[in-house]
Design a protein around this ligand. Structure first.
Ligand code: ADP
Length: 544
């Protein structure tokens, strides 16, 4: 027997119409170099409808890719809705990708138009001749100094955003098919060229709802949401959509992500939700000292491991620990959240801090499993046994966009292989140990490069450190520590090994330590082990 409910499509115009009708006086605030710009959702909705008219006027195809090269701003939010609500596909370009990667993804996605903020136009301009499908370039004047009078290559038309909007008619938004692509985002390409992830209207609607769950991030109408996490990387963790869906005020930080500017926004706009990666909060914490942060209710944080000390630092100073979440571009991105179950809530504060340092529980709607890499079986929930974390659910990618590498990342039964190594404890909390490519496989056992480098970085003389596996005739691989010593300090291999003795198991101690000037980073600032591995390929470990 079939259910008898309406087959009502889950499409993004629903969010748009709701905020337009119910919350027209709520605000989107953008911090621009020229000052703070305040726009009501009513004004925003009118501009967004006219932007839909602009896309028609420019002749963008029915499912044409509309690229953005933009900070978190109200205008970027106009594009976030005008493209999918007219059936086109929003393609957010990551401002921090290497130039050749930007060229690759613009051409691979076949972008027809790029909307670019003037503050970052200088990064894009030299690449224009390398784009093969782009026909229009629209400059958004956000107060940046770039001079556009040099013009653009033949075949591309240059426009001004506000001029286009002023001359455009508002259009109706209607999308009937929830399976259509709404937006796309490329991974940051930690290994090889970036891979395209394509979100549907349905996946975006469901992921947005999940960020509104009380046991998720719990975005609600009374919130003032500050997404520090970029709208160009993994959809600002869904906060741009859930802000609109709930009618919450959005506080957009624009180009200035300095700790002082963010602290100032948090205080003066009475922000309730502030979301960003750990390095952002490391910088912001000292800036919050002495400020009124009483409006803050949750600080979502992820993208890389959240150090316990950072979360505890916030708890002590701001009265609110960090709320850790885990996810990937491929998972829309939120897949786990660090909510505290009632069954553990009475544990001593220090144990709670350990739980908060984990990646958390699967969000309702997401299925996770951790499979042993030896047996392929699910590992026991003992908090110790490790395996590869795999994910399934309505907002998890099933394949990459037009990419022959897809089969490597998906299992035969359709789960996403996250490439992360994890444990699960008896309460179901996931703890990430490492990435599968980065664990050091020593004699059939795994050494977590992340845990080892965290212990090395606990040495006060160490600025940063990365651990890689190098091949070993007997053990297959052994750890090599690549260490950057703080300026003005001196450190020897012996001193470091002595420091580690007792902090990690004996067989985890690195076989050698090399001192380097800097750990190479990916475009989004994560350690690039790939570069380190090629630099130390064939490295001969001492034999004693
Ligand atoms: P990329 O693979 O291009 O770096 P993402 O930005 O989507 O792309 O990063 C996803 C990865 O970031 C995850 O697979 C995981 O390794 C890491 N990550 C995300 N959140 C966390 C977290 N809370 N703790 C530890 N690592 C995290």
């Amino acid at each position: 027997m079939q259910g008898l409910m309406q087959d009502y499509p889950l499409t993004i115009p629903h969010m748009f119409h709701r905020v337009e009708r119910l919350f027209p006086t709520k605000e989107i605030v953008t911090a621009l170099p020229t000052g703070r710009q305040r726009l009501t959702y009513g004004e925003w909705a009118d501009r967004t409808r006219r932007l839909g008219g602009v896309l028609d006027r420019l002749g963008i195809s029915a499912d044409g890719r509309v690229a953005t090269f933009s900070w978190n701003t109200a205008r970027h939010l106009e594009l976030y809705f005008a493209a999918p609500c007219t059936g086109r596909v929003l393609h957010t370009l990551n401002l921090r990708l290497f130039p050749e990667q930007v060229t690759y993804i613009v051409n691979h996605a076949a972008d027809e138009v790029i909307f670019v903020d003037k503050t970052v136009a200088g990064l894009l301009w030299p690449l224009l001749p390398t784009f093969t499908t782009v026909r229009h370039l629209v400059v958004i004047d956000d107060g940046g100094p770039f001079d556009t009078s040099a013009g653009v290559p033949d075949g591309i038309e240059l426009h001004d955003y506000e001029e286009l909007l002023a001359g455009a008619d508002a259009v109706e938004f209607h999308v009937a098919d929830e399976g259509l692509a709404a937006s796309m985002c490329y991974t940051s390409g930690t290994t090889g060229n970036p891979k395209g992830v394509v979100y549907s209207h349905r996946s975006t609607m469901l992921h947005t709802m999940a960020t509104m769950f009380a046991d998720g991030v719990g975005i609600r109408e009374t919130d003032k949401v500050l997404p520090v996490v970029p709208m160009f990387h993994a959809n600002a963790w869904g906060l741009a959509h859930s802000g609109v869906a709930t009618g919450a005020d959005l506080i957009m930080p624009g180009p200035d992500l300095s700790p002082k500017a963010l602290a100032e926004l948090i205080e003066s706009e009475r922000v309730t939700v502030a979301a960003g990666v750990p390095t952002i909060w490391m910088g912001v914490l000292p800036e919050l000292a002495g400020r009124d942060t009483s409006a803050l209710r949750i600080i979502p944080c992820g993208g890389s491991a959240v150090p316990k000390s950072l979360s505890e630092g916030f708890r002590e100073q701001v009265g609110l620990p960090i709320f850790q979440a885990w996810g990937m571009t491929e998972t829309s991105p939120v897949a786990t959240v660090g909510s505290i179950k009632s069954t553990v809530a009475d544990l001593p504060e220090d144990e709670l801090a350990d739980i908060r340092a984990m990646q958390g529980l699967p969000l309702f709607g997401v299925e996770l499993r951790v499979l042993s890499q030896e047996t392929g079986e699910a590992v026991p929930w003992d908090g110790e046994s490790r395996g590869e974390l795999q994910a399934a659910g309505p907002w998890i990618a099933k394949t990459y966009y037009d990419d022959p590498r897809s089969p490597e990342s998906f299992t035969d039964d359709g789960w996403l292989r996250t490439g992360d190594v994890a444990t699960v404890n008896a309460e179901g909390y996931i703890r990430l140990v490492d990435r599968t490519k980065d664990v050091v496989k020593s004699g059939g056992e795994w050494i977590s490069s992340v845990e080892l480098e965290n212990e090395i970085m606990a040495n006060p003389k160490v600025a940063e450190a990365a651990v890689i596996g190098v091949s070993h005739p007997k053990w297959q691989e052994r750890p090599l520590a690549c260490v950057v010593v703080k300026e003005g300090e001196e450190l020897t291999k012996e001193e470091l090994l002595e420091f580690l003795d007792g902090r990690v198991a004996k067989w985890w101690l690195p076989d050698d330590v090399v001192f380097i000037d800097e750990v190479p980073k990916t475009s989004v600032g994560k350690f690039s082990k790939k570069d380190l591995r090629s630099r130390f390929e064939g490295y001969e470990l001492p034999t004693a």
